[in-house]
Design a protein around this ligand. Structure first.
Ligand code: ADP
Ligand code: ZN
Length: 752
């Protein structure tokens, strides 16, 4: 089948593609092993936490193997995001789903049949239709990738019945490698995946569960809304998720935040699909939006720069906690997970789970909640406790969680526990923590006298501790299973086997001293390699350049109707702000700048760096540009192949037929900016004249553009200045074409 140059064909290594297409410099974790295995035709089951980089594991083999890689994905939004991101990198990708018009679907099918796609994303129900399967039989297929493979499992909350039909793939296409990927890897789910997808002979690649860039913190809930507001205000401009336990709480919290001027949006299953999609879309595409949601907001949230996840109530289990917090920091940059909780939340969760009579899974669910409570009250490194739940045994404390950063102190609470337990006993195990605290403190409330509890032996026996401390004692006793919450009642506490051991003096009790709100401060620890980058970013001139870069990115994203991170990840902007590349070649040395983006956006961003320096000055010292080994090689071979490459040739041919960049972009499935980039190269190498490109412009428009270019290039404001002078009326790429024409002939781009 035919391959254009934009689609790397065989003869290139996975590392070449990683550098030239994605602009990354090394594989992470098991990526390279998986890729080699699949390129050689093997089946694979890939278990990797969120943010581990699963997509590359099938995208690169699809580009290296002959034919199209078919990717099964459960959500249209997920498919679209992936396809958008791939197109930004000039990879030939498309998706087929019910959200497309019939005409659009036909277009995609034609490109597929003509061998013009490296990757085709499809919904499982579409893939498994007889007509589609028959069509596949006649075409070269590089691989089948089954993303979010846990959807095949009935145990998980993401179960999709259509996924179970995928087992037929193995029989129908025995020679096409299959790769199943998921971030959910508990035992039963994993077994379901292997069974349903017939992956018994597949190689299993599993990376641990650790997410080292996420900093974990748990704090006592006390005026929760104030704590939340305080936390969010210190992170203005950053995207975050706030999980709440009920729809009503979601609505109220979103409203309360909005009233304080924060861009917060609600999301829960009680809203219409249109409202939900609208809010999700805004969260993905705008910067700094706070999503307040129930757990209905989950799969499909693959925004890489979510900087924090706050739980305003504890989740149901540690699995849920790991998955929900895992939505922060997919880009590998520092991110935070904060959980606020109090005893009332535990009571609520217990009641929601219910009893074995009302919920057949009650026993398991209570057990899981206990493990979670143990985590919330732990005095060890929180990451260690979390990972050990998943069967991993990290050696040392992580240094990036609240208990590591501010080790909690403990106190001997045996006597206090005995007092608390005996007040439970003497009041008939029919009361909750609030009333029991009043008993201990000897408060003469109406309730007290009504029940005659002021005559009890324990009345007023706990005056040595403050109300807050008793609250903490009851909460910790429940968490450590020294007291049981009555699942049928309204939060009354019951004695259990462990309680009696304490009462009989057979067991000592240690309590954690509360450090209220230690966690809502700024306690982020950057991963080792990013420390220097972050230090440099604190310089005001660097920070203001970063802000300008972000604004430009947002503008480009809006113009092209893609999320900002599809243009460049945050880390790329940070590197640009810190290293201040002077040329487009320098820029290509930075994180996340592949060849396509270098061509499309390189000059624009280099111009911004220069004009920002001209207007505001530079920090005294700028760190030297990182020299990445593979990168140099990539740049060398890129320089050697200067001139009109095959992909540009294709654009030029199509342009000769259609006459407009928009039509070529539509036909090739590329963004207009890329096409103009190709046309500019064509003009530079005199394959095309500038008149060919500007034929559809009026004389007046052309005059205005010439003037804007003339004055801005002369003043050093460059193309970017001209773009602004023209108020963004003309595509940046068009201006580049005309500027190339003005310079005439073969002059290097960065001379502008
Ligand atoms: P997952 O699907 O496992 O959650 P993604 O495939 O979305 O993860 O990757 C998470 C982020 O990490 C993306 O922004 C991706 O581009 C980036 N990434 C993946 N592999 C690498 C790598 N080898 N080097 C740098 N960044 C990477
Ligand atoms: Zn730790």
């Amino acid at each position: 089948m035919q391959h254009t140059e934009s689609s790397p064909s065989s003869g290139r290594s996975p590392l070449d593609i990683l550098a030239s297409v994605y602009g990354y410099h090394a594989f992470q974790g098991t990526q390279e092993a998986v890729i080699n295995h699949v390129v050689n035709g093997g089946d694979a089951l890939v278990l990797m936490p969120t943010g581990g980089g699963k997509s590359l594991c099938y995208q690169i083999p699809a580009m290296l193997r002959e034919g199209t890689g078919i990717v099964v994905s459960p959500l249209i939004a997920l498919m679209q995001d992936q396809v958008n991101a791939l197109r930004q990198m000039n990879v030939r990708a498309a998706s087929l789903h019910s959200g497309l018009s019939v005409a659009e679907q036909r277009q995609v099918e034609i490109r597929f049949r003509n061998g013009e796609l490296d990757l085709l994303y499809v919904a499982p129900e579409r893939l498994m239709t007889p007509s589609f399967l028959n069509q596949l039989k006649t075409l070269p297929i590089a691989l089948f990738a089954i993303d979010e493979a846990h959807c095949v499992s009935q145990w998980g909350h993401d179960f999709r019945p259509e996924y179970t039909q995928l087992s037929a793939l193995h029989q129908r296409f025995p020679n096409v490698p299959r790769i199943a990927l998921t971030a959910t890897a508990d035992g039963p789910t994993r077994k379901d995946i292997v069974d349903h997808l017939q992956l018994q002979d597949a190689a299993v690649f599993s990376t641990g569960f650790d997410r080292p860039n996420i900093s974990y913190a748990v704090t006592l809930k006390d005026k929760g809304m104030d704590q939340l507001l305080h936390f969010i205000r210190r992170r203005t401009g950053e995207a975050g998720i706030v999980y709440r336990v009920s729809r009503k709480k979601v609505e109220d919290t979103a409203q309360a935040l909005q009233n304080k001027g924060i861009t917060a949006l609600p999301y829960h299953a009680g809203m219409t699909a249109i409202q939900r999609n609208h809010n999700q879309e805004r969260f993905m595409r705008e910067e700094g939006v706070v999503m307040v949601a129930t757990v209905a907001f989950g799969m499909g949230v693959d925004k890489p720069n979510v900087r924090y996840v706050v739980h305003m109530e504890p989740p149901k289990s540690l699995e849920a906690y790991h998955q929900e917090t895992g939505r922060a920091g997919r880009d590998g940059l520092p991110a935070e997970a904060l959980l606020l909780y109090g005893l009332a939340d535990v009571v609520l969760l217990r009641r929601m789970i219910g009893t074995p009579e009302t919920n057949p899974r009650a026993f398991v669910e209570h057990h899981k909640l206990n493990a979670l409570l143990g985590f919330l009250e732990c005095v060890d490194c929180r990451r260690k406790v979390l990972l050990s739940y998943f069967g991993e045994t990290p050696g040392t404390p992580c240094g990036n969680c609240d208990t590591c950063l501010v080790p909690p102190s403990t106190w001997d609470g045996t006597v206090a526990a005995q007092k608390a337990l005996s007040s439970v006993y003497r009041t008939g195990q029919r009361f909750g923590a609030a009333h029991l605290t009043d008993v201990l403190l000897g408060k003469l409330t109406k309730r007290m006298t009504d029940h005659g509890h002021n005559t009890l032996k324990t009345f007023g026996c706990g005056k040595e501790l403050a109300k807050e401390s008793w609250k903490s004692v009851f909460r910790q006793m429940v968490a450590h299973d020294l007291l049981t919450v009555d699942m049928e009642g309204h939060g009354n506490l019951l004695l259990n086997e462990n309680s009696w051991q304490v009462l009989r003096g057979e067991r000592e009790v240690l309590f954690r001293r509360e450090t209220l709100d230690a966690a809502t401060g700024r306690s982020r620890v950057a991963p080792e390699t990013d420390t220097a980058l972050h230090a440099a970013l604190s310089h005001p001139l660097t920070a203001s350049l970063l802000q300008t870069l972000r604004e430009t990115r947002l503008r480009l994203a809006e113009e092209q109707d893609v999320p900002p991170y599809a243009i460049f990840p945050d880390k790329t902007l940070m590197e640009i702000a810190v290293y201040r590349p002077a040329t487009v070649d320098d820029l290509g040395n930075l994180y996340g700048v592949g060849q396509a983006k270098q061509t499309m956006y390189g000059q624009l961003f280099v111009d911004i760096v220069a004009s920002h320096a001209a207007a505001h000055g530079m920090p005294e010292s700028v760190p030297p540009m990182p020299q990445r080994a593979e990168e140099k090689e990539r740049r060398r071979s890129a320089r050697e192949s200067r001139g009109v490459t095959q992909t540009i040739r294709t654009t030029l041919d199509l342009f000769a037929q259609h006459g407009t960049a928009e039509a070529v972009a539509a036909e090739r499935g590329l963004v207009v900016g890329t096409i103009y980039g190709h046309l500019a190269q064509g003009i530079r190498f005199q394959e095309l004249t500038v008149e060919d490109v500007t034929r559809n412009l009026s004389a007046q428009a052309l005059q205005a553009i010439h003037e804007a270019l003339g004055s801005n290039i002369a003043s050093g404001a460059g193309l970017r200045g001209a773009f602004d002078t023209l108020k963004g009326q003309y595509d940046y790429g068009l201006l580049r074409c005309i500027a190339t024409g003005l310079r005439g002939g073969d002059s290097p781009e960065q001379d502008w």
